[in-house]
Design a protein around this ligand. Structure first.
Ligand SMILES: [Zn+2]
Ligand SMILES: [Zn+2]
Length: 255
C-alpha cells in the first residue's frame, strides 16, 4: 500500500529534534511522498530546503491568510523565485480564514487574489486554506481566473452544501484528521458526496491530530487513521482508497 500526505508542515520547530524518525515512521506505514507547505516567507524557504534534502518531500510555497499583511511586492517576488525550484509543485497555502481573523478580511482577500494571479502566471496549482469563508473563497477564485481542476481545498472543513459547488467546479478537496472527530458529521457527509477521483488525504501535521491520537503532535504516519476512516465513509477498501488518492495527488501536483 502506498499513501501520499498532501499537506504537512515538517519544517516547523516541533520536528527539529526527531524529523528523521518522523519520516521513517511515515515510510514504514507506506507514506511514499509528503508535500510540505509554506505558511509564510520564512517557512516557504525552509520548505524548499527540506525538499532539496529529502527525495520524497515536495514543496508548496506561499503565504497563509493569517500572515496576509506580509504579502507585498517584495515577498511575492521572493515566492516567485522559490517557485522556480523544480521540487515546488504548487502555490500556497493561501485563502481566507474568517474564523480566526488574524489579518483584516480585506487584506486577506487582497493577498489571496495576488497569489492566485501569481499561480496563474506560473501555471501552478493552488493549495487553498478556507475557514468560515466558503462562499467568499469561491467568489474570490471565480473573480480571478478559471483554475478548473487545479485547486485543492485543503483541510476541508465545510458541509455537503459547499462540496456541491466544489464538485461543479472540478476542484479537489483534501480531508484530514477532522473526519475522525465525533463532532464532524457534516464534513463526513461532504466526503460521502465527493467523487473518488477528486479526494486527497492529508495530515496537516503538526495540527489536527486524528483520533485515537488526539492531543499529541500530529505526524504523517497518522495518515493511516485518516485513510481508515475515509475508506469506511466511502465504502471502499483502505488499500484501494490509498491507491486512488495517491494517483489523484500525482495528477493535481503533476508528478
Ligand atoms: Zn491550512
Ligand atoms: Zn497547513
Amino acid at each position: 500500500m502506498r499513501l501520499i500526505d498532501t499537506h504537512a508542515h515538517l519544517d516547523f520547530e516541533q520536528y527539529d529534534k526527531d524529523r528523521d524518525e518522523v519520516l521513517n515512521r511515515a515510510r514504514e506505514i507506506g507514506v511514499e511522498k509528503i508535500f510540505n507547505i509554506g505558511a509564510d516567507l520564512e517557512s516557504s524557504r525552509r520548505t524548499v530546503e527540506l525538499a532539496k534534502k529529502y527525495n520524497n518531500i515536495y514543496a508548496v510555497v506561499g503565504i497563509h491568510p493569517h500572515d496576509a499583511d506580509t504579502v507585498n511586492k517584495e515577498s511575492l517576488a521572493e515566492i516567485k523565485k522559490l517557485a522556480l525550484n523544480n521540487k515546488v509543485k504548487a502555490l500556497g497555502e493561501t485563502g481566507l480564514d474568517f474564523y480566526y481573523d488574524n489579518s483584516p478580511r480585506e487584506k486577506q482577500k487582497e493577498a489571496f487574489k495576488k497569489q492566485l494571479d501569481l499561480a496563474k502566471e506560473l501555471d501552478l496549482p493552488v493549495v487553498i486554506h478556507s475557514r468560515s469563508a466558503g462562499e467568499e473563497t469561491l467568489n474570490a477564485i471565480d473573480q480571478v481566473a478559471d483554475f478548473s481542476a487545479n485547486l485543492i481545498f485543503h483541510c476541508y472543513a465545510y458541509g455537503p452544501e459547499l462540496i456541491k459547488k466544489i464538485i461543479e467546479r472540478d476542484y479537489y478537496a483534501a480531508f484530514g484528521g477532522l473526519i475522525t472527530f465525533n463532532s464532524a458529521g457534516e464534513i463526513r457527509k461532504a466526503l460521502e458526496k465527493m467523487p473518488l477521483n477528486r479526494i486527497l488525504l492529508e495530515t496537516d501535521s503538526p495540527y489536527l491530530t486524528p483520533s485515537p491520537n488526539r492531543g499529541k503532535r500530529n505526524e504523517p504516519s497518522y495518515l493511516q487513521y485518516i485513510l481508515k476512516k475515509a475508506a469506511e465513509i466511502k465504502k471502499v477498501a483502505p488499500e484501494e482508497l490509498a491507491e486512488i488518492t495517491s494517483k489523484n495527488a500525482e495528477r493535481i501536483y503533476k508528478l
